[in-house]
Design a binder for this molecule. Structure first.
Ligand code: IFM
Length: 466
């Protein structure tokens, strides 16, 4: 028999937050590799520059007030390495003090900070010495982490070492579309290994300072599907890409070993057991497969070697450009796929590029429904950080209007903020710690039967996830 639940309730200690990163919101980061790349040109949409971004260096607190008004109890922000350590042997005490001030400002508003230590950018002195390709990068990162964590450890418990290491490897060292613009498999492997070692070094450093700190990393997870379900090689490609992009680094951080499909196993012993929690950044699904005709042609070297599909299918909701498909069930599948790591999980990012906010309310509701389903299956998800509070600088997409992620719109010229309807949706959910039928009926009535109709023989009328 089918019946309706009134509310999908979340655990009482659930963290409701938003996520940002320093380069994307602070403004005027003169001293990092992205700023240099923006000035040099060639990497960013219309050669735009991040400029003042959301001017958080001067006005973060105003946006913290917005978080508090929404009812958030958590926020994930990052520290800009190039600000606090402008030269290998120099610390900027004013910059460190400003971060201390921001953390205090969050705590004063009962918003728990999660601090990311590396979110794509690096100091120029590091770039000059070969960046993450240089094996010494692990030691440089460790020194920086030690300084920051020593300063903030009495205020911060949740530390995220590195944001989306595989995205950095893929975009900057394999596809070459982010600085330093490398297209090299060898460099990609070296950087992947150094990032894993840097994560491990940071984990041990943080625990050396505060044994009860909770340390993890934010892993970008894509829902990979076979392009054609009836073609076995498409399944094979989906499985391989899933293994490499989604699981390699997590395996290394769990076991100290990373095994490439059909390839070498890398042993990074110091990385074993270096996740107190696991961060999932989930956005989209891609369809992958082999273009069989082109595959056959690869036996003849003079013919084109473009053998992989990567894309979307007609009839499914797509993001802009090559963003992929919006696929809420993929969040549930992803959570199931990482449950075996046996760690508490945070959704450290989840969001949608949608300037007009046509799809964001539905995006939030449907993804939180999938998240609730996972919690109902006893998958230990402890919090959700929406990407993002405010529109911000979206890397290679710069300020492209198609790539606006904020619950609040930002006019980059005037710094004016405009709440989007989705901010009200998200705020209501956070304040009530639940997804109510009443809210869904008001914002997206079509979803009511899909979300609230359940099998009464299996579910109680009102459920608190544990
Ligand atoms: O803006 C980025 C963020 O820096 C990392 N994760 C994905 C977001 C949206 O593309």
């Amino acid at each position: 028999m089918q019946t309706h639940l009134d509310s999908l309730c979340f655990p009482s200690s659930f963290r409701w937050g938003t996520a940002t990163s320093s380069h994307q919101v602070e403004g005027h980061q003169y001293n990092n590799n992205w700023w240099a790349a923006e000035k040099a040109g060639g990497f960013v949409y219309q050669d735009q520059q991040s400029g003042a971004a959301c001017d958080w260096w001067n006005r973060a607190e105003e946006d913290f007030d917005r978080m508090a008004a929404l009812g958030l109890n958590a926020h994930r922000m990052s520290i800009e390495w190039s600000r606090v350590q402008p030269a290998p042997d120099r610390w900027d005490d004013d910059a460190l003090a400003r971060y201390q001030e921001m953390v205090d400002a969050l705590l004063e508003r009962d918003i728990e900070p999660m601090i990311t230590l590396h979110h794509f950018t690096e100091p120029l002195w590091m770039t000059a010495q070969g960046s993450w390709e240089n094996d010494e990068s692990v030691g440089w990162f460790e020194k920086y982490v030690h300084r920051v964590v020593t300063l903030l450890s009495d205020k911060v418990t949740l530390w995220c070492t590195i944001n989306e290491p595989m995205v950095l490897v893929g975009q900057a060292y394999l596809a070459g579309i982010w600085p330093p613009g490398q297209k090299s498999l060898r460099s990609s492997i070296d950087v992947g290994l150094n990032l894993t070692k840097a994560h491990a070094a940071a984990y041990h450093t943080i625990h050396g300072i505060n044994p009860s700190a909770q340390v993890g990393l934010a892993k970008h997870m894509v829902s990979w599907s076979p392009h054609r379900v009836w073609i076995p090689t498409d399944h094979l490609v989906a499985r391989m890409v899933n293994r490499i992009t989604n699981h390699l680094i997590l395996d290394a951080a769990a076991t100290g070993r990373a095994r490439l499909p059909f390839g070498k196993t890398y042993h990074i012993k110091q990385a074993a057991n270096t996740l107190d929690w696991l961060g999932i950044n989930y956005y989209q699904r891609y369809r992958v497969g082999i273009k069989i005709r082109n595959f056959l042609r690869t036996f003849f070297p003079s013919l084109p070697a473009n053998i992989f599909y990567q894309g979307t299918k007609p009839g499914y909701q797509k993001g802009p450009g090559s963003w992929g498909e919006i696929h809420p069930e993929g969040l549930f599948d992803t959570l199931r796929a990482v449950a075996h790591y046996g760690r508490p999980i945070y959704i450290t990012e989840n969001g949608i590029p949608d300037r007009d906010d046509k799809n964001r309310p539905r995006f939030i509701i449907t993804h939180l429904h999938q998240l609730w389903r996972a919690i109902e299956e006893a998958i230990p998800v402890k919090g959700y950080y929406h990407w993002s509070l405010v529109d911000n600088f979206e890397w290679a997409e710069g300020y492209n209007p198609d790539f606006r992620f904020g619950l609040f719109g930002v006019d980059i010229e005037t710094q004016e903020r405009t709440p989007r309807p989705s901010s009200r949706v998200y705020g209501e959910i956070c304040r009530s710690n639940s997804l109510t039928q009443d809210l869904v009926a008001r914002y997206d009535p079509e979803l009511v039967p899909q979300i609230f109709r359940v099998d009464a023989s299996k579910e109680p009328q009102q459920t608190e996830a544990t």
